[in-house]
Design a protein around this ligand. Structure first.
Ligand SMILES: [Zn+2]
Length: 240
């Protein structure tokens, strides 16, 4: 029983995944974390990932899928021991149609399935303003937003006194390019899941808690067996 969360950079996908995972009793599985963990553990897969990751290149699909499978094995083993997670909450994976097909094949072999795919939908202009306001402290990595989450004293990091700065990636040109790439890459993926009746779209332009609630309302019935632990009391809306 797995859930996939999709959304452009700036859509709040990571934030929502972190909020949803405990409430749905799913394990938050981001491929970025998987790569870093495998590298830190120096596992055979980690040793293959490291040089590619260090160069900043895209990790090939076969390696990514192998890492995902390793983690699913661990979730299944934990479940057999009666531990919490009922499945994975995928954040940032699959990213391409090829990965989606590989994931389906992998799950079919295991007798598992995707329960739902949720796309957090935020209008392009809002994504640009969220991303371009981001400032990151170069010393400690704390992230701020000039409008929504500024440091207590303008231009001074709350944590270490450093000077939060805009990363080159977060300037308007690169942002637009990144968002266009996302759209181009995920369009076939969204179509693939829509055809299978699995795709639900949630309005990501609203308040964080309202987005969480909308997702819980949308996926609750699909993750049926009492999964939402009483957090979703409102009427169920089927947006598919
Ligand atoms: Zn700092």
């Amino acid at each position: 029983m797995h859930l996939i969360l999709m959304g452009a950079q700036g859509s709040g996908k990571g934030t929502q995944a972190a909020r949803l995972a405990p409430r749905l009793r799913l394990e938050h599985l981001s491929t970025g974390d998987l790569f870093r963990e495998a590298i830190a553990a120096k596992s055979p897969l980690g040793q293959r990932v490291q040089p590619i990751y260090d160069r900043g290149d895209l990790i090939p699909d076969d390696l990514t899928v192998a890492l995902v499978e390793e983690r699913l094995d661990r979730i299944a083993a934990d479940r057999a021991e009666g531990l919490a997670a009922r499945g994975a909450l995928f954040d940032g994976f699959p990213r391409t149609l090829a990965q989606a097909e590989a994931l389906d094949a992998l799950l079919a072999r295991r007798g598992e399935a995707i329960a739902a795919i949720v796309e957090i939908d935020v209008p392009m202009d809002q994504l640009v303003s969220r991303l371009s306001g981001r400032r990151v402290c170069p010393n400690c990595g704390t992230t701020y937003h000039v409008e929504f989450n500024p440091p207590k004293q303008a231009g001074v990091c709350d944590v270490c006194g450093g000077t939060p700065a805009q990363r080159d990636d977060d300037k308007p040109g690169p942002i637009t390019r990144r968002l266009e790439n996302y759209r181009t890459q995920t369009a076939p993926l969204l179509a693939y899941y829509r055809e299978r009746g699995l795709l639900t779209r949630v309005d990501g332009a609203q308040d964080i808690e309202l987005v969480t609630q909308a997702i819980l309302d949308a996926v609750g019935p699909r993750l049926a067996d009492g999964a939402t632990s009483g957090t979703s009391d409102g009427p169920v809306r089927d947006e598919a």
